[in-house]
Design a protein around this ligand. Structure first.
Ligand code: C2E
Ligand code: MG
Ligand code: MG
Ligand code: MG
Length: 283
């Protein structure tokens, strides 16, 4: 297509657009049937307190296995689900599944853990969210104090008063609120002043080179200092090496999560892990 300039480049461009549209449509159909067939699974990634080395909770991460395409990443299908409205059903499924699993997780880890649920923009714009969480907790006899919601900064850009109310009702139930991927969004700091937030999750992109790049180190320590001055906790995402962990410990980061400890795992695998062992291996 090197020669495809002028008029032809438009054709080429159109074809690409078209191909993308067709691929998205196909994926949307697949997603619809995946919802109907219940083709999703949740994996759980443990989170630890850096100081005490105790397990404090898990983040629930959705997985979709498609017979044709194999594993399809949530990075691909969550935005599509958002755009098509399918996220409403998927989001409800995630909340219900977490509530079904939570008491098993507590029983097997012998800890009063929290499970973090990723909430998408559309879910946060809907008052159904509070109702769904409340009902799910009741039906499955889960304490809301064992649940955390993860939202991103960009979700807080508009209708701030509505979001404040919604987050406040969650907090009143006992659910904690974490800002996911902190530092990568476009929002201002003012929401930290006005909104009921408990935790900042330092984005993986800052952790990745925290030991080699002075700027990343400064950003991480800056986020931790900001969080602590506002009485918020910090979780470092994507911790992969002992060196990163040591540096984060030095900076008084509260909690950590990443491949150094464990990948996200299916419930069945979590149940077979001895968490006392993991605790010691972080020494
Ligand atoms: P996120 O919420 O920021 O999740 C963290 C991502 O980092 C996960 O990718 C996790 O598997 C990955 N990760 C954890 N530790 C490490 C590490 O040490 N190294 C590296 N390289 N990666 C690590 P995953 O599971 O592919 O999820 C990607 C994104 O998809 C999530 O980012 C979240 O935004 C979205 N997502 C996942 N599950 C759900 C869900 O149930 N609902 C919604 N709305 N979004 C979800
Ligand atoms: Mg998350
Ligand atoms: Mg994250
Ligand atoms: Mg992230």
């Amino acid at each position: 297509h090197v020669k495809a300039v002028g008029k032809n480049s438009f054709k080429f461009f159109d074809k690409t657009l078209n191909d993308n549209a067709i691929a998205n449509l196909k994926l949307e159909q697949k997603l619809k049937s995946a919802i109907e067939r219940g083709a999703f699974e949740l994996h759980y990634q443990p989170q630890f307190d850096i100081k005490t080395k105790r397990l404090i909770g898990f983040e629930a991460l959705i997985r979709w296995y498609d017979d044709e395409q194999g594993n399809i990443s949530p990075v691909v299908f969550i935005p599509l689900a958002e755009a098509t409205g399918l996220i409403d059903k998927i989001g409800k499924w995630v909340i219900t599944q977490v509530c079904k699993d939570i008491n098993t997780l507590i029983a097997h880890t012998h800890a009063n853990i929290r499970v973090a649920i990723n909430i998408s923009t559309r879910q946060l714009c809907n008052t159904e969210l509070v109702k769904t969480l409340k009902e799910s907790c009741e039906v499955h006899q889960v304490s809301p104090t064992n649940i955390e919601v993860e939202i991103t900064e960009s979700m807080l850009m508009d209708d701030i008063d509505e979001k404040k109310q919604l987050l406040q009702s969650l907090q009143n139930m006992g659910i904690t609120v974490a800002i996911d991927d902190f530092g990568t969004g476009y929002s201002s700091f003012s929401y930290l002043k006005d909104l009921p937030v408990n935790t900042l999750k330092i984005d993986r992109t800052f952790i990745q080179h925290v030991c080699e790049q002075v700027k990343d180190e400064e950003i991480a320590s800056g986020i931790i200092a900001l969080a602590h001055s506002l009485q918020l906790k910090t979780v470092a995402e994507g911790v992969e090496t002992q060196e990163q962990l040591s540096l984060l410990a030095q900076q008084s980061c509260d909690c950590c999560q990443g491949y150094l400890f464990s990948k996200p795992l299916p419930l069945i695998d979590i149940v077979n892990i001895n968490y006392d062992g993991i605790r010691q291996s972080t020494n």
